[in-house]
Structures are given as structure tokens and as C-alpha cells.
Design a binder for this molecule. Structure first.
Ligand code: SAM
Length: 373
């Protein structure tokens, strides 16, 4: 006999407000293909304010949502949401959960106690971690992701092995992922401060979603925060369901996802892009497509500009270097793909377009049958 909830239509591409332990009960059984959960860490920071050596305050995770009375309370909460997620997972679905040393060992044990079967432990190594300001411990430079199926006996689940291999330059994708923390334009701000203390980088979600779901699948995030999962899912052509308690985060996530344009391309495109012939920026300069003396704008809305030099480097203030190096400098970023961050302004219309668009047009022209050589 079908259960009561199996009759309920599935709300897709929406944020459901409330405590995920209750909200999940209102969803039909076995309705999602993938779960990504970034639950409270239970950091137990206490009352003390953490200061940098220059006496500025460190923006730690001291939010009310991260507060629990005891380990026992945290464990009961964790077991409850893990069970609730397991109920809505299809027989082919998997679940990812991310955490730090504060909580991930408890979550790992509870995953096993509630029937899940761990497939992998992935270490997200942060390129640019926050230092240990007091100098009393090692710099904590990673977080851990556990990837699990519903049970040991579950036969089928999505793992896009070949795609991951291609993304990794032709060798098997390993369990250590080097990705910068979320900074710069991607980081949502409110009143000059981080809107959310633990917004995850889109690159991390991109890898999770590409590896363990297919276009059209439903991705659930029970601790939605700023909606990173929804933004990446939409871009990659997946459906998403977010659950979040906090109204401020919900509003920010809605606006963020609304602005996302789906890539509208098969996943293999991600790989194909990496196979494209390399075109150095200097080629576009020497071919006169972006001539020396052209002004480049760092991102659409910033007022930072750089000047194109005849040798294909760009000058930013008193320094010259590649578009990537000067992009890192302009945005104070640990890594920067200059192709996506430097823009040209059309003098007639004022319209801004990334220099990558010029490279793409050049590539198309150079392809066999793509116009003049
Ligand atoms: C670690 S953050 C997730 C951040 C998110 N991954 C992002 O990139 O923005 C956890 C989020 O879960 C929310 N939360 C905490 N307990 C919850 C619960 N029981 N039900 C739903 N949301 C909850 C918090 O408000 C917080 O935004």
C-alpha cells in the first residue's frame, strides 16, 4: 500500500522554510537522487572573542544555529536528520555530509549506526585557510566530506567515474581536493561583512554534483544556508530542494539562485572545454583583437583597471604580469582565472564582456570550417 506521503507532489526548485527534521517528513518517500548536507559543526567556541595579531576580530562561527547543549544533544539531532534524509532518498541515491574535526567523527559513526554505508572520505584541502592566530595548534587547513550510500546492500548509485577522470587530466580523481575557500565576488556580503559564516565554495559543490548526479536529477540540501547547492545545481541543469530555518539566508539564497543562468550544456562540455587548444592572451594581443593600450576592467562592477602591454602582459598600478597574476593582485585572491575576471567595455554601448568571449570567438574562427584562418 502506498504511504500517505507518497501521494504528495514533489516541490522542486524551492526553498522550504523550517527545521529540516520536520520538513523532511512532509516530502514523499524516495524522491531525491542526491543529498548534500552541511550541518551545524557544534564548534563550541565559548564566549571569548578571537582576535588577529592586529587586534581585528576574527569572524568565527558563533551563530545561534551552531549551538547545542551537549554532545548527546548534538548526536540526537544528527541521528534524526540522517534518518529523515534516508527516508526521502531513492534506492539509487547517495548522501554527502561535510564537517570538521569538531563534528565529523560523530557524524561518521552515526551514519553507520543509522544504516548508511560509507563509500569515500574526501579531504577538502583549503588553499587559503585561516591561520591559527594564537599559534597554539597547527593551522586547520581542511574539512572532511563523507560520501555514503543508503545501505551496504544498495547495488546501484550514480558515480560519474569517467567524467571525474577527465576532469582530473586523464587520471583517476583522488580523494584530496585542493579548492580555495569562498572569497571575493562569490562571497555574499551584508553591511560590509560576510552574510553567512560558512558559505561553501561553488567549486566544491560543482565537483560533488557532477560526480554523483545526472542532469535532471533532484538534489536536496537540508541545511541550505546561502543556497550554494541550489546555485550550482541550477547551473548544471539539476533540480534542487533547499531547507533552511533562517529567513535572512533564505532571502539571500533566493536572489542568488534567481541570478544564475543554467549552462544548458551536457556535463561532457566541462571536459571538452579542457581539451580545447590553448590560446595564450598574447595571441589575442598580437592578432590585434585586444590591442596594446586597451583598458581591462576587473569584474563588471569594480573600478579597478589594467592596461594591456604589447608583450601580452597587463599593467596594474606599478606591476605587470599575466592576466591571472594581475587578477590575483586586483582581487586579492589566492587563485584567479583572468579570462573570467577581466572585462572589456564597449565604448558605444557601455556593455561589459569578459575577455574569454574574445578568446571563444577566436577559437571558433580557427576551428576547421569556422571561418577565415
Ligand atoms: C553550515 S551552514 C550551511 C551553509 C551552506 N552550505 C552555504 O554554502 O551557505 C548550516 C545552515 O543550516 C541552518 N540550520 C541549522 N539547523 C537547521 C535545521 N534544524 N533545519 C534547517 N536548517 C538548519 C543554519 O541556519 C545554517 O544556515
Amino acid at each position: 500500500m502506498p504511504s500517505r506521503t507518497s501521494q504528495v507532489p514533489l516541490p522542486l526548485d524551492v526553498i522550504l522554510q523550517g527545521d529540516c527534521r520536520q520538513v523532511l517528513q512532509e516530502l514523499p518517500e524516495e524522491c531525491v537522487d542526491l543529498v548534500f548536507a552541511d550541518p551545524p559543526y557544534y564548534l563550541q567556541l565559548g564566549e571569548e572573542t578571537l582576535l588577529r595579531p592586529n587586534l581585528t576580530r576574527v569572524d568565527g562561527v558563533d551563530d545561534a544555529w551552531d549551538s547545542f547543549g551537549s554532545f548527546a544533544e548534538y548526536d540526537a539531532f544528527t541521528a534524526e536528520w540522517l534518518r529523515a534524509c534516508r527516508r526521502v532518498m531513492k534506492e539509487t541515491a547517495t548522501l554527502w555530509v561535510i564537517g570538521t574535526y569538531h563534528n565529523i567523527h560523530r557524524v561518521g559513526a552515526l551514519l553507520q549506526d543509522t544504516g548508511y554505508w560509507i563509500l569515500n572520505e574526501i579531504v577538502w584541502i583549503k588553499r587559503n585557510p585561516m591561520p591559527n592566530f594564537r599559534g597554539v595548534r597547527f593551522t586547520n587547513a581542511h574539512e572532511t566530506l563523507l560520501w555514503a550510500k543508503k545501505s551496504e546492500r544498495q547495488k546501484r548509485y550514480t558515480f560519474n567515474y569517467q567524467l571525474m577522470k577527465e576532469l582530473n587530466g586523464g587520471t583517476q580523481m583522488r580523494s584530496d581536493w585542493l579548492i580555495p575557500v569562498c572569497r571575493g565576488e562569490e562571497r555574499l556580503q551584508a553591511d560590509g561583512r560576510k552574510l553567512h559564516s560558512t558559505q561553501k565554495p561553488e567549486e566544491l559543490l560543482r565537483r560533488v554534483i557532477l560526480s554523483s548526479s545526472n542532469p535532471g536529477d533532484v538534489v536536496l540540501d537540508p541545511f541550505f544556508g546561502t543556497g550554494t547547492t541550489g546555485a550550482v545545481a541550477k547551473r548544471l541543469g539539476r533540480h534542487w530542494i533547499g531547507i533552511e530555518r533562517d529567513e535572512t539566508y533564505i532571502e539571500a539564497a533566493r536572489a542568488r539562485i534567481e541570478a544564475v543562468q543554467p549552462e544548458g550544456l551536457p556535463d561532457s562540455h566541462v571536459v571538452e572545454r579542457r581539451r580545447l587548444p590553448r590560446i595564450p592572451f598574447s595571441t589575442l594581443v598580437s592578432e590585434g583583437l585586444i590591442p596594446p593600450g586597451t583598458t581591462l576592467h576587473f569584474n563588471r562592477r569594480s573600478d579597478i583597471t589594467a592596461l594591456v602591454l604589447p608583450d601580452g602582459r597587463v599593467r596594474l598600478g606599478d606591476e605587470a604580469g599575466s592576466i591571472h597574476a594581475m587578477g590575483r593582485r586586483a582581487g586579492q585572491l589566492p587563485a584567479c582565472n583572468g579570462w573570467e575576471h577581466w572585462y572589456l567595455r564597449d565604448p558605444a554601448t557601455g556593455k561589459m564582456s569578459p575577455i574569454d568571449a574574445v578568446r571563444e570567438a577566436y577559437r571558433r574562427r580557427k576551428q576547421p570550417g569556422g571561418g577565415s584562418a
